[in-house]
Design a protein around this ligand. Structure first.
Ligand code: IMP
Length: 203
């Protein structure tokens, strides 16, 4: 069995990768053991100081490779709003920091809606980059989900900016979709499926 670390402690993300791997190829899924940071005893809050999603994902994957010598992948995502010069981008989780709320989705959405007041161009996209360091090689997988920023919140499910993001071709926000529906079209779902395809072809 090949051990691969997913440099996260987000249980939901780990389960999603395990499930997609199984769905892609049940037999091959048994060849891989996907471990979390907790599983390898890593309690460090790995720094994410990069200027891009790729840099941040690489930073996290490299940390595990250097300190634990295990194959590893890491992801980084965020929201890019065209009228705001692709902000908040890598700052998505801490967009409202300046007013003293760290990782506070409500404050982040308030700030974004305020910055978008009277802005006609509502185009935005979520982007995920996954960097995989495996068998001495570095691979990168990207997923993009285009859509627009609504003028007010709708829906209660999901997390982050979900209540104010409406994907292209839909009349509802991410927060009004079931998890399966969202995973089917989301940035993260797309990137994870690319990773899983690669893993099944390169055991
Ligand atoms: P992460 O890299 O997946 O942890 O995402 C960083 C930040 O981007 C999150 O804290 C959210 O603010 C935002 N974000 C990423 N993906 C999503 C999503 O699917 N819905 C809403 N917000 C998201």
């Amino acid at each position: 069995m090949k051990k691969i670390v997913f440099a996260t402690n987000n249980r939901h993300k780990i389960e999603e990768v395990r499930a997609l791997l199984k769905k892609a190829d049940k037999k091959l899924a048994e060849e891989y053991e996907i471990l979390s940071l907790e599983d390898i005893g890593c309690t460090t809050d790995i720094p994410e100081t990069g200027a891009s999603f790729t840099e941040n994902a690489f930073q996290k994957a490299e940390y595990v490779k250097v300190h634990y010598n295990l194959d590893c992948f890491a992801d980084d995502s965020g929201l890019e709003v065209r009228a705001l010069g692709m902000e908040p981008g890598v700052r998505s989780a801490r967009y409202a920091d300046s007013v003293g709320h760290s990782h506070d989705s409500e404050a982040n959405m308030d700030k974004l809606l305020l910055n978008m007041q009277n802005v006609k161009d509502r185009q935005a996209q979520f982007r995920t980059v996954i960097v995989l360091l495996k068998d001495g090689k570095k691979e990168e997988f990207e997923g993009v989900c285009r859509g627009e920023i609504t003028t007010e919140r709708s829906g209660k499910d999901g997390f982050g900016y979900d209540p104010i993001f409406r994907p292209e071709g839909y009349t509802v926000s991410f927060a009004e979709m079931t998890m399966e529906e969202k995973n089917g079209i989301s940035h993260r779902g797309k990137a994870v499926r690319k990773l899983v395809d690669y893993l099944t072809q390169n055991v």
